[in-house]
Design a protein around this ligand. Structure first.
Ligand code: NAG
Ligand code: NAG
Ligand code: NAG
Ligand code: NAG
Ligand code: NAG
Length: 650
C-alpha cells in the first residue's frame, strides 16, 4: 500500500510538472533587430467631437461666446446665455456688426423699475471652474445702438449658481459709445468654488440702466493656459494628452474635416488671424465650432506638447454625400496647397506662409505627413479621381511630404501608387486580440500604414454600433485596454510597415457626448484618463528603437507579446497583453551576455469590466514594481492585464 501510495503521489507530482511545463510558454528573443521602430508609432487622433475642442482642449470658458452659426431671434441662439434679474435678451443680426465674420450680437434691454445687478450670464460648457489661484481674462465688445446720456458701471463677475460672488471687476461705460469698443478686465477669485456650478455674469446697476439698450459681441473668458499661450489650451487636458508621450497629433479630423456640405467643410483660412475674422462653422457633430482653436493654435499646441502633426486636407467630399466633380476640383486643390504652405511655406515665396509670419511665426512647422481626405471608403468611386488629382498636384508641389490615402486598402485601386493608407477599425475587444496578426500578411512593397482610428467599442459583436445597453461601452474597460494592447503588440511587430497608430476618439466632454468610448474624458472641472489611455501611454513611453523578433504568440491564442530594444538606455522592453481572465505563465529567454538581475514591471490590471469614470477617475492605473530578471525571465501575466517589463542588457 505504501509503495502504491508513493507511486501515485510520484505520478501526481509528475503529472503536475507536465501540466505546468505545458502551461508555461517559452519565448526566445533574438538579439538581432529586424527593423527599427518608427519614432511616430504611437500618437493621437483629434477632431472636435464630444466638445473635444470648444468646451474641451480649447480653454475658452464661455459657450456660444460670439453667437456664431446661430439663427438670430431664436431661443436656440441664446444657448448657454440667461437673463439676470429681468433683462430682456435677444440675439440679433446686427446692422453694424462687430465684424463681417461675426454678424450677430446680443441685444440687452434693461427694464424699468429694477434695482440691483441686471444683465446676463453664461453657464460655460456645463459649468465653469473657479480657482482662486487663477486670474481670468474676461473681455467683451459693447456699443449703444443709439446714443444716450448713460454713464455707469459695467460689472463682470464669476458667481455660484446660488448667487455668491467669487470674483468681480468693473469699468465705466457711457451711452455715447455707439461704435464697438472692447473692454478687458482681469478677474481674480477670492475663493475656490466647491464645484463647477458657476456662471459668468455681465451686469449694470438696474436703476441706473433703466430703459437702456446695449449690444454685446465676442465675449470671452480665459483661465491660464497650457504653456501660457494666449488663446491657448486648457491646462489639465493638454497636460493629460502630453503625459501619454504621443509622437503625433492627427488633425483636424475625422468627419469634422468634411462638413455635411461642401460649404460647411473645415477651411484653414477661416481659422487663422483675429478671432473677429473667424466666422466659425457648423461642425459635423451637431454643434457650432468657433474655430478659435484654429490652424495656428493646433500647430502651436502640437509643438508645445512635443508632437508632430499629421494634417488632413479636405479632398472634395462632404459627409452628406456630395463629391465635387473632377472639373471642379481645382480651387479645392489650391486651398489644400495654401493650407500646407501656411504650415511649411517660405514667407518670401508664398502668401499663406507670409500670413503665418505676420501672425508671429516665421519658421515653418515640422510637417511630414498629409492625409488626403478622411474615410474616403464612404466615397470610393469619386476617390479614384480625387485622390489622383490631389496627390498629383500636392506631391508635385511638396515632394518631401508623404501623402496618406483614406480609402480601403487596395480597393479601389488608386493611381499613382499609394504611399500610405489610413486604416480605421471600431470593433469588439476580442476582435483586437484575434486580429493581432492583421498586418503580418501585408505585402512589403513600399506602402506604409497608419492605423489612424481604432478602439474596442462594444462587447456585442452583432451590434458594435448599438447603444450602451447593447454592449456599447460608455468608457474603456480593462478588457478593452488589454485587447487593444494585444493588437498593438502586432502593430509593433509590423512597424516596418505600420508607421503610426492612434486610438479614437481622443476626447469627450461627459456632459455632451456623441460617441463613446473615448480615450480621455473630462467635465468642466476634471479629467478622467481611461484604461485604454494607460495602455496607450505604456506603449508610447516604451516604444524603444528596434524591434527584436521573438517566438510568435499563437494567432488564435489569448496572450500576446512583443519585444523591443531601447539603445538610449541599453534595455530590452517586453510587452505582454493577457486578454482573458486566466493568468498565463511565460518564460522569456534573452540571448545577451549580461542581463540585469532585476528590472521594472509596469502593470495595468483589474476586473474585466472595470473602467475609470467621473465617479471613480483613478480606479485603474498602472502599478510599477521591481521584477526579478536574468537571461531567463519567468513572468506570470495576470488575467486581463497589460504589462511592460524593462531590463538592462549588454
Ligand atoms: C455632467 O455629467 C456628470 C457625470 O455624468 C453629472 O454628474 C453632472 O450632473 C453633469 N452636469 C451637468 C451640468 O449636466
Ligand atoms: C491674460 O492677460 C494677461 C495680461 O494681459 C496676458 O499676459 C496673458 O497672456 C493672458 N492670458 C491668456 C490665456 O490670454
Ligand atoms: C477661404 O478661402 C476660400 C478660397 O480658398 C474662400 O472661398 C473663402 O471665402 C475663404 N474664407 C474666409 C473666411 O476667408
Ligand atoms: C491637378 O489637378 C487638376 C484639376 O483637378 C488635374 O486636371 C490635373 O491632372 C492634376 N495634376 C496632376 C499632376 O495630377
Ligand atoms: C448624445 C448627446 O449627448 N448629444 C448632445 C451632443 O451635443 C449636442 C450639442 O452640444 C447636444 O445638443 C446633444 O444633446
Amino acid at each position: 500500500m505504501a509503495f502504491v501510495r508513493s507511486l501515485v503521489s510520484t505520478l501526481g507530482v509528475l503529472a503536475l510538472y507536465v501540466l505546468q511545463a505545458r502551461a508555461a510558454t517559452t519565448i526566445s528573443v533574438s538579439s538581432t533587430a529586424s527593423h527599427s521602430v518608427p519614432t511616430t508609432l504611437f500618437g493621437q487622433m483629434y477632431e472636435d467631437i464630444n466638445h473635444s475642442g470648444d468646451g474641451g482642449l480649447y480653454a475658452e470658458l464661455l459657450q456660444n461666446r460670439a453667437f456664431q452659426q446661430v439663427t438670430p431671434n431664436t431661443a436656440a441662439a441664446l444657448n448657454a446665455w440667461s437673463a439676470v434679474n429681468g433683462a430682456q435678451l435677444a440675439v440679433i443680426s446686427d446692422a453694424r456688426p462687430v465684424s463681417s465674420a461675426l454678424p450677430n450680437s446680443l441685444q440687452v434691454n434693461f427694464p424699468t423699475g429694477k434695482s440691483g445687478a441686471v444683465g446676463f450670464s453664461n453657464s460655460g460648457f456645463w459649468g465653469i471652474k473657479v480657482d482662486s489661484s487663477w486670474t481670468y481674462n474676461a473681455s467683451l465688445f459693447f456699443k449703444f445702438p443709439t446714443a444716450t446720456s448713460f454713464s455707469g458701471s459695467l460689472t463682470l463677475a464669476l458667481k455660484t449658481v446660488s448667487g455668491e460672488t467669487l470674483a468681480q471687476a468693473s469699468t465705466t461705460i457711457k451711452g455715447s459709445q455707439t461704435t464697438w469698443k472692447q473692454i478687458a478686465l482681469a478677474l481674480k477669485p477670492t475663493k475656490t468654488a466647491s464645484d463647477t456650478d458657476n456662471v459668468f455674469t455681465v451686469t449694470l446697476d438696474g436703476a441706473a440702466a433703466s430703459a437702456q439698450t446695449v449690444n454685446f459681441a465676442m465675449l470671452s473668458l480665459f483661465p491660464p493656459t497650457f504653456k501660457n499661450r494666449p488663446n491657448g489650451m486648457r491646462i489639465d487636458i493638454a497636460e493629460a494628452l502630453a503625459d501619454m508621450g504621443p509622437s503625433f497629433f492627427r488633425f483636424p479630423g475625422g468627419n469634422n474635416l468634411e462638413g455635411q456640405t461642401v460649404a460647411t467643410r473645415w477651411q484653414w483660412n477661416a481659422t487663422v488671424g483675429s478671432l473677429l475674422s473667424r466666422p466659425g462653422r457648423v461642425g459635423d457633430w451637431g454643434y457650432a465650432n468657433t474655430d478659435g482653436l484654429g490652424l495656428l493654435e493646433y500647430l502651436q499646441f502640437i509643438e508645445d506638447a512635443g508632437m508632430e502633426p499629421i494634417m488632413a486636407v479636405w479632398a472634395g467630399y462632404a459627409l452628406g454625400g456630395t463629391s465635387v466633380a473632377e472639373t471642379g476640383l481645382k480651387p479645392y486643390i489650391q486651398q489644400a496647397i495654401d493650407q500646407i504652405n501656411f504650415v511649411i511655406g517660405d514667407p518670401a515665396k508664398s502668401a499663406p506662409a507670409a500670413l503665418r509670419a505676420s501672425l508671429g511665426r516665421t519658421q515653418p512647422f515640422p510637417l511630414k505627413f498629409v492625409e488626403i481626405g478622411n474615410e474616403d471608403f464612404f466615397a470610393a468611386n469619386s476617390y479614384t479621381y480625387r485622390y489622383r488629382d490631389f496627390f498629383g498636384n500636392l506631391s508635385a508641389a511638396f515632394p518631401s511630404l508623404t501623402f496618406i490615402a483614406t480609402s480601403d486598402v487596395g480597393s479601389p485601386v488608386l493611381t499613382p501608387k499609394v504611399e500610405a493608407y489610413d486604416v480605421h477599425v471600431y470593433q469588439t475587444p476580442s476582435w483586437f486580440a484575434q486580429n493581432s496578426f492583421y498586418y503580418d500578411s501585408f505585402a512589403r512593397d513600399g506602402t506604409k500604414y497608419f492605423e489612424g482610428e481604432y478602439a474596442a467599442i462594444s462587447t456585442n459583436p452583432n451590434d458594435i454600433f448599438g447603444s450602451v445597453s447593447d454592449g456599447r461601452l460608455p468608457f474603456p474597460t480593462v478588457e478593452s485596454a488589454a485587447n487593444e494592447a494585444a493588437f498593438m503588440t502586432g502593430l509593433e511587430r509590423n512597424s516596418d510597415i505600420v508607421f503610426a497608430a492612434s486610438y479614437a476618439p481622443l476626447l469627450q466632454h461627459v456632459n455632451s457626448t456623441q460617441w463613446t468610448p473615448d480615450l480621455v474624458s473630462f467635465d468642466a472641472g476634471k479629467v478622467i484618463k481611461s484604461t485604454s489611455f494607460h495602455a496607450q501611454k505604456l506603449f508610447s513611453l516604451n516604444k524603444g528603437d528596434e524591434y527584436l523578433p521573438s517566438t510568435l504568440p499563437s494567432q488564435t491564442g489569448t496572450v500576446f507579446w512583443s519585444v523591443v530594444r531601447s539603445n538610449a538606455d541599453k534595455s530590452v522592453i517586453i510587452k505582454v497583453a493577457n486578454t482573458v481572465g486566466t493568468a498565463a505563465q511565460l518564460v522569456f529567454q534573452l540571448p545577451f551576455n549580461n542581463v540585469a538581475s532585476s528590472g521594472t514591471l509596469q502593470q495595468l490590471t483589474g476586473s474585466q469590466t472595470a473602467s475609470n469614470t467621473p465617479e471613480q477617475p483613478n480606479l485603474i492605473s498602472p502599478i510599477t514594481s521591481t521584477i526579478s530578471t536574468g537571461k531567463t525571465i519567468n513572468f506570470n501575466a495576470p488575467g486581463f492585464s497589460v504589462s511592460v517589463i524593462k531590463v538592462q542588457v549588454s
